[in-house]
Design a binder for this molecule. Structure first.
Ligand SMILES: NC(=O)c1ccc[n+]([C@@H]2O[C@H](COP(=O)([O-])OP(=O)(O)OC[C@H]3O[C@@H](n4cnc5c(N)ncnc54)[C@H](O)[C@@H]3O)[C@@H](O)[C@H]2O)c1
Ligand SMILES: [Zn+2]
Length: 373
């Protein structure tokens, strides 16, 4: 990576009652103690870390914070979605209580979306809310889950069924931590970055079309930094305008209606979230082309499919999954309103609309055209 990219950049998330900073840069974890100092006013800190990042990042953070006056503990959670459970949350609550946490204590979430969602919900609920800092360690968590304040856990009956909106006090995106991330986990985050290009930023989309292959190549660190920054800015902008998902925030759902259906239908084991979203974006894009009436034509569809493919993501839903089963799943989406499945469809590169007139027949036809059973 380009060692000249050390200067940190800051993106502001502006909310009516609470504004916070997102820092983006390199070697930021080296200065964690001074960064935390402005946020943590009490003396107790719990680092909640994914087992996969305990070494080197968790230990590094623990050492740095222990050199200060903080009373710091490390709570390691097993890697994987199953840690977003009532059982692990209960253990974390008990640990916070045993450590004597008070209202001015703080949690640091160090990990991917799983860690951020769990630790964020513990922060939202313990003593009716304490401060927390997000330190995302996956590309997906950097550009998506660490920004916006959605926290929560899964139940046996479904994903993300219990949670709260609870904004972090600070988000620290240290791009160096991506150095230990396996390739497969990188591609998952790329799907959300492509999504930002489609929904809001034609320049970002064009940059990705030009440079997709260079993103993780050593020597192109500035490119990665600028793409992460742009993605975070878009998420921050949308969340700042619509914290509680009353309107605009729905555009972030592009590719997610069918993406969630594919994830659920394949029991959350076959595809990463990003892979499912990639397939959902392809389907939504083709629905937009077939529905017509906008500047999103088969040419734009072709560009999106090509980019998704170059990112190493799947460009069509699985042939062994039934189109009807997927359509049935879309009615379980949390975003269904009055029995109508709403779709976010592109109208041109960089712009989308939320529509209510997509029929089951249109979706079935598109899914079959893409090869679904
Ligand atoms: N709150 C939100 O707004 C929001 C948005 C999108 C997704 N999510 C949630 O995020 C979760 C998915 O997040 P994710 O894709 O980051 O998954 P994840 O947290 O499970 O991380 C993916 C894998 O990478 C490993 N890992 C993480 N950082 C690493 C690093 N630096 N080096 C090596 N390995 C590392 C983890 O152990 C895990 O195996 C889902 O639970 C989803 O519901 C939440
Ligand atoms: Zn997503």
């Amino acid at each position: 990576m380009n060692s000249s990219v050390t200067a940190e950049e800051t993106v502001l998330v502006e909310l009516p009652d609470r504004t916070y900073h997102i820092l983006i840069g390199r070697r930021l974890l080296d200065s964690i103690e001074s960064l935390a100092h402005d946020i943590v006013h009490g003396d107790k800190v719990m680092i909640v870390a994914d087992a996969a990042v305990e070494s080197p990042w968790g230990k590094k953070m623990l050492r740095a914070l222990r050199e200060t006056d903080y009373d710091v503990e490390l709570f390691i959670i097993p890697s994987g979605e199953t840690s977003k459970s009532p059982e692990v949350l209960m253990q974390l609550w008990e640990r916070l209580a045993a450590a004597g946490f008070t209202r001015d204590s703080a949690i640091i979430a160090l990990g991917g979306g799983v860690t951020g969602d769990l630790a964020g919900f513990a922060a939202a609920s313990f003593l009716r809310g304490i401060n927390y800092i997000q330190v995302p360690t996956t590309l997906l968590a950097m550009v998506d889950s660490s920004v916006g304040g959605k926290t929560g856990i899964n139940l046996a009956s479904g994903k993300n069924l219990v949670g709260a909106f609870w904004q972090p006090s600070l988000v620290i995106i240290d791009l160096d931590v991506l150095g230990t991330l396996p390739d497969a986990a990188r591609t998952s985050g790329l799907a959300e970055i492509i999504k930002y290009g489609v929904i809001h930023d034609a320049d970002l989309f064009a940059t990705l079309e030009r440079e997709a292959e260079k993103l993780f190549v050593p020597g192109h660190g500035e490119l990665l930094a600028s793409i992460v920054r742009r993605s975070v800015e878009i998420k921050a902008l949308v969340v700042g305008a619509d914290e509680r998902e009353a309107g605009l925030r729905a555009i972030l759902n592009f590719g997610h209606t069918l993406g969630h259906a594919i994830e659920a239908e394949t029991h959350y084991t076959r595809y990463s979230h990003g892979e499912a979203v990639a397939m959902g974006m392809v389907a939504a894009s083709l629905i937009a082309v077939r529905r017509g009436g906008t500047q999103w034509t088969s040419e734009e569809h072709g560009r999106l499919v090509a980019l998704i493919g170059r990112a190493g993501l799947p460009t069509a839903p699985p042939a062994d999954v039934s189109a009807e089963a997927l359509v049935a799943r879309t009615y379980h989406d949390k975003k269904v309103k009055s029995g109508v499945v709403r779709y976010v469809l592109p109208t041109r590169v960089g712009k989308v609309e939320l529509v209510r007139d997509v029929t089951d027949e249109m979706v079935l036809a598109v899914l079959r055209e893409l090869g679904c059973a």
